[in-house]
Write a protein that binds this ligand. Structure first.
Ligand code: NAP
Ligand code: MG
Length: 479
């Protein structure tokens, strides 16, 4: 077999218009935050990208007041048809600046440029387009006559899809007439601050969107602020539980989108090559930093060996390295901390007796990288079968009957997503009825659409984002 070498195909980092420093965005202006500045790193090189001013609790207070003022004086009373124009304008500006946003996201997060360019940024813009369409139709959304906005939304997002998670939160809030204070993750604040520039370009009234970079304590200050009417959080189950405790009894509305440990279930009648592509997409997309990742592969025993052979052969072809290279499939893990967490959990797999296979790809000398890894002979009691690894690590279990597949798939405290691979439509429906997961994909995985509600069961959280259902989280609706 001849080996094909790829020539380097790096995207230019100049496109990102990286500035030496960024600042919080409050009341329509970039302001000097009173917190300690943080440095955002490029996880692929460990170099400092920029210094970012952070908010102190006093800045959170100013941001919530600015959001309240904008809500009461302009945004709440504005006709939906007018609000729609702003949301639409934001979507168009995101498209115009798509290349800049994609390169910046890749630098700050470590994800491959092919993903930020083809998935994160276009899907983020799609959320604004979709919600612009709802702004003047809320009276006809089946949510009762004249549904009213909630007020000021405090939104906290993680580092795995920084701009996309911002879009999931900000677009529905604005379309429904709420104003926003958003805290991006400490390790990935940059695209949120370019988004703030886009809000200025779109002439969004000052205070409708405020961005307060900072660490977890600033997230907590936002959650606890008495001027916040609604809290929307995406991140770990542990922090989600803390937030639920502090919001209890305050009357604030809450949605939580937390972790997952999804089962990707392959039956013996599935088209195996297609299933292999879906498994690869399910666990290696975005280095496995995906809450709905297909991190548990459940494969029917009769095809397990053949599927695993094909899977290892396919994973061996994945290219790991410079995230800015257009041919890269696997980029950098977002932080040294997350890399340590992945290593620790993978080591527990060895210790508990699972069989580790690692893709033979070379790792760059600098930066935070973890080679694609597949554990077979995994038992349900092992930590790698139970805990969210949030990295490029797949745990493989087997089953004999559909009943056993359902029991194993549901044997998790989470319940965010699941995948089914089979030729039989009747089996897909039978399984989908029994799987305790918010999203069930059939013969595909990791498909996202702004029109489709997304959210979890159990420790994966509650509330839905996207679709008509997602609007309910930002409106007073009759119960
Ligand atoms: P995390 O701590 O839950 O972070 C999510 C967001 O919450 C970040 O903006 C974070 O700020 C903020 N935050 C932290 N503590 C807070 C508090 N007490 N009150 C309010 N906000 C707070 O998640 P992580 O530490 O980045 O990742 C840990 C694990 O969570 C991962 O290994 C993964 O298993 C899971 N995770 C899940 C998702 C998901 O999409 N469901 C996303 C990310 C992580 P800082 O950035 O400053 O910490
Ligand atoms: Mg960074």
């Amino acid at each position: 077999m001849s080996l094909w070498e790829y020539a380097p195909a790096p995207e230019s980092r100049e496109v990102a218009n990286l500035k030496p420093s960024y600042r919080p965005f409050v009341g329509g202006e970039f302001v000097d935050g009173s917190g300690e500045p943080l440095r955002s790193l490029n996880p692929a090189t460990e170099e400092v990208l920029a210094e970012v001013g952070t908010a102190a609790p006093s800045d959170v207070d100013a941001a919530v007041k600015a959001a309240r003022k904008a809500y009461e004086r302009t945004w709440r009373a504005m006709p939906g048809s007018e609000r729609a124009k702003y949301v639409f304008r934001i979507a168009r500006l995101m498209q115009e600046r798509a290349r800049e946003l994609a390169v910046l996201e890749t630098l700050d997060n470590g994800k491959p440029i092919s993903e930020s360019r083809d998935a994160d940024v276009p899907t983020a813009a799609a959320h604004f387009f979709y919600h612009a369409g709802w702004a003047d139709k809320l009276d006809h959304a089946g949510l009762g006559p004249e549904p009213r906005p909630l007020g000021v939304a405090g939104q906290i997002i993680p580092w795995n899809f920084p701009l996309l998670m911002l879009a999931w939160k900000v677009a529905p809030a604005l379309a429904t007439g709420n104003t926003v204070v958003l805290k991006p993750a400490e390790t990935t604040p940059l695209t949120a601050l370019v988004f703030a520039e886009i809000c200025q370009q779109a002439d969004l009234p000052p205070g409708v969107v405020n961005i307060v970079p900072g660490a977890g304590d600033i997230g907590a200050a936002l959650v606890d602020h008495p001027g916040v009417d609604k809290v929307a959080f995406t991140g770990s189950t542990e922090v989600g539980k803390q937030i639920q405790r502090s919001v209890a009894g305050t009357g604030k509305r809450l949605t939580l989108e937390l972790g997952g440990k999804a089962a990707n279930i392959v039956f013996d009648d599935a088209p195996l090559d297609q299933a292999v592509e879906g498994i690869v997409n399910g666990i290696f997309f975005n280095q496995g930093h995906v809450c709905c990742a297909g991190s548990r592969l459940l494969v029917q025993e009769s095809v397990a060996e053949e599927l695993l052979d094909r899977l290892r052969a396919r994973v061996s072809t994945l290219r790991l390295g410079d995230p800015l290279d257009k041919n890269t499939d696997i980029g950098a893990v977002n932080s040294a901390e997350q890399l340590a967490r992945i290593r620790e959990l993978a080591d527990s797999g060895d210790a508990e007796g699972a069989r580790r296979w690692t893709s033979p790809c070379p790792l760059p000398e600098r930066g935070y990288f973890f080679a694609p890894t597949v554990f077979s002979e995994v038992q349900q009691s092992m930590r790698i079968a139970r805990e969210e690894i949030f990295g490029p690590v797949l745990s493989v279990l087997t089953f004999r009957t559909p009943e056993e597949a359902v029991t194993k798939a549901n044997n998790t405290p989470y319940g965010l997503s699941a995948g089914i691979w089979t030729e039989k439509g009747s089996r897909t429906l039978w399984m989908a009825d029994r799987l305790r997961a918010g999203v069930v994909w059939a013969n595909t995985f990791n498909r996202f659409d702004p029109a489709a509600p997304f959210g979890g069961y159990q420790e994966s959280g509650f509330g839905r984002e996207g679709g008509r259902t997602g609007l309910e989280a930002y409106l007073h609706v009759p119960s």
